[in-house]
Design a protein around this ligand. Structure first.
Ligand code: ZN
Length: 602
């Protein structure tokens, strides 16, 4: 712990508020057994047909029969997890919104911060950032406004820290365990314990509640804070979730943090909300020796019936294809691009609709891919259109998705090719952390304007012509929030969609849209982050969120572009996922649903 704590003292931070908030959770099974009966029969490692699915330390263990034995098992499993993750360097992204109280809308974003890095879980918890240069000030950054009263410092490492209960001293010598009850989180039955550090356990000990699944006794959720801040060392409250993405292990996936108090008479009107996401656990770039990732270009296949020499134009196209393939593969390896999947099919459908109705016939098909990050951005390289997860999240309907895609399609149609320099393989040789310094796909302003013009032409000739009101409303909502969301709107690979707090991308659509009215409950101009896309932290695959729409009852429920708590539906590895009942349109257009309510086709 000492080594870690030194680092923490130097690098970590923030905010004292030690009263532990226990999130009230719907209690489905509250019997308090002295002898919990694990459902051992269904444990995967005991199925003869699956010898490879070994569960750590479990193979020869009898189910615990006393609560003390359960606690021993919990401690053992946590240590197994720390060991299992130690060679891995997942990506960690934290997006934070500082809040200000709006009399009508409640707490709304006042400004924001974005961190993206890779965690090194080998010896302690450390990280290296993708955004060093751009956000250099973060290391010692004081937040404007609050700085006078509080030395308020956001250290990205502080958020990453909250993935384990206690990296070094999670044991009975340092903690008292108090069994609370049984409770379901999603499909998973859990034992709930309150944890308090023992007297003299030292600084930075976890104080709060843990949920432990009752088959293998892995911690699946922790909620609380760390105790005993020193004068320059404070801890956030956090709610940290794990997912069972590999047999036997529950992998840290989401952390929600929140501080603040807007009650009348509260002294400190400071507040923030932050989401931390982890992914890329299975990226193959874990060792330092592997830092320079070599890219192999698939040999260009000759699809012509008889071997022919390439014309200069054909050679040019092959060249662009090669650059495109290089970039797509490199971004995927860095964990910044999701593997091709179902979300792409949705985007592809929209692109096809635009192409068909505009008689666009390109020599190579347009592909679409999803950037795994939150900032709202798009770009294209060759014939591949890339849209960020965060941007898809906040789009209210298919019409606004068409608007986003039409701009990039217009670049392709107009031949605004970028990135042919990446056909040279040496340009792919860089470490992941400097991806943003080595790749970039920004168009000159003239091309941006031309693409917008062409895109609007295409939209008007497409099935989306009748749905441009919602696209325009989205632009208006974005405009209303843009000055406060500069970090969310900072593109890292493509063009910004705003300049100096003004929306520039497709801004013309706003002029014909209805007036933006937060109080009109059936007008959903933009969704909260996380509303659409689910990213698998293990393999980086993305899928559309399957959620029942929740009725909006007040203007405060809209939360456009905002950060909310996580509440993943927990399931065990290999268990059938929630029934995919809905097969409606990819992105529902019903204005009364704030949540994606439908799945693609499966
Ligand atoms: Zn553009």
């Amino acid at each position: 712990m000492r080594k870690v704590m030194n680092k923490m003292n130097m690098k970590w931070m923030i905010l004292a508020l030690l009263a532990v908030t226990m999130t009230a959770v719907a209690q489905q099974s509250a019997s308090a057994p002295q002898n919990p009966q694990p459902v051992a029969a269904t444990q995967p490692e005991q199925t003869a047909a699956q010898p490879s699915q070994t569960q750590p330390g479990q193979a020869n263990l009898a189910p615990p029969t006393t609560m003390d034995q359960v606690i021993d098992r919990v401690i053992m499993q946590e240590k197994e997890l720390i060991k299992f993750l130690s060679p891995r360097t997942p990506i960690v992204e934290t997006y934070l919104q500082n809040l200000a109280q709006d009399p009508q809308l409640g707490p709304i974003p006042q400004d924001d911060h974005y961190f993206l890095g890779r965690m090194d879980l080998s010896e302690s918890i450390d990280r290296s950032d993708f955004l060093k240069n751009k956000d250099e000030g973060m290391e010692r950054h004081l937040l404007g406004g609050f700085a006078k009263k509080f030395k308020f410092q956001y250290q990205p490492l502080g958020f990453s820290w909250m993935i384990f209960v206690d990296r070094t001293d999670f044991d009975r010598q340092h903690y008292t365990f108090h069994y609370v009850r049984r409770e379901f989180l999603g499909d998973v039955r859990c034992l709930v314990f309150d944890l308090t550090p023992k007297k003299d356990a030292g600084h930075g000990r976890f104080l709060g509640r843990i949920w432990v699944e009752d088959q293998t006794f892995n911690i699946v959720r922790l909620n609380g804070t760390y105790e005993h801040p020193t004068h320059n060392n404070y801890y956030f409250h956090m709610d940290s979730w794990r997912l069972n993405l590999v047999p036997g292990y529950w992998v840290p996936s989401y952390i929600y943090s929140e501080e603040g108090d807007f009650t009348a008479g509260a002294k400190n009107k400071i507040a923030f909300k932050a989401q931390t996401r982890m992914w890329g656990y299975n990226l193959k770039t874990a060792t330092p020796n592997d830092e320079l990732t070599n890219i192999r270009v698939d040999s260009v296949k000759d699809s012509t019936p008889t071997a022919q020499d390439a014309t200069p134009l054909a050679a040019e196209r092959e060249w662009q294809q090669q650059a495109e393939d290089n970039v797509v593969e490199r971004l995927e390896r860095a964990g910044l691009l999701a593997p091709a999947g179902d979300v792409d099919k949705i985007l592809q459908t929209v692109v096809n609709n635009l192409e068909i109705t505009n008689n666009i016939d390109l020599p190579r098909p347009v592909r679409t891919r999803v950037l795994t990050t939150s900032p709202l951005e798009t770009f294209s390289v060759g014939n591949t259109i890339v849209v960020s997860r965060g941007l898809i999240d906040v789009l209210p309907d298919e019409g606004s998705l068409a608007m986003v895609l039409s701009h990039e399609l217009a670049h392709i149609v107009l031949g605004h090719n970028l990135g042919s320099q990446y056909a040279f393989n040496d340009r792919m040789l860089f470490s992941d952390e400097v991806t943003y310094q080595n790749l970039g796909f920004k168009h000159i302003p003239e091309e941006e304007a031309a693409a917008d013009k062409k895109a609007i032409e295409m939209l008007k000739a497409s099935p989306y012509a009748q749905k441009l009101d919602s696209a325009g409303l989205f632009i208006k909502a974005l405009q209303a929030r843009a000055p406060q969301l500069s970090a969310l709107l900072q593109a890292h690979l493509g063009n910004n969609i705003t300049e100096n707090g003004m929306v520039t991308r497709m801004a013309a659509l706003a002029t014909s849209a209805p007036a933006l009215d937060w109080n009109k409950l059936d007008q959903i101009a933009a969704l909260p982050l996380g509303a659409r896309v689910k990213l698998n932290p293990w393999d980086d695959k993305v899928e559309i969120v399957k959620a029942q729409p929740v009725a909006i009852t007040s203007a405060r429920d809209k939360m456009p572009f905002e950060v909310t708590p996580f509440y993943p539906r927990l399931t065990r590895y290999g268990a059938a996922s929630a029934p995919a009942s809905s097969t409606a349109a990819a992105l529902p257009t019903a204005a009364t649903t704030a949540d994606a309510s439908s799945a693609p086709t499966n």
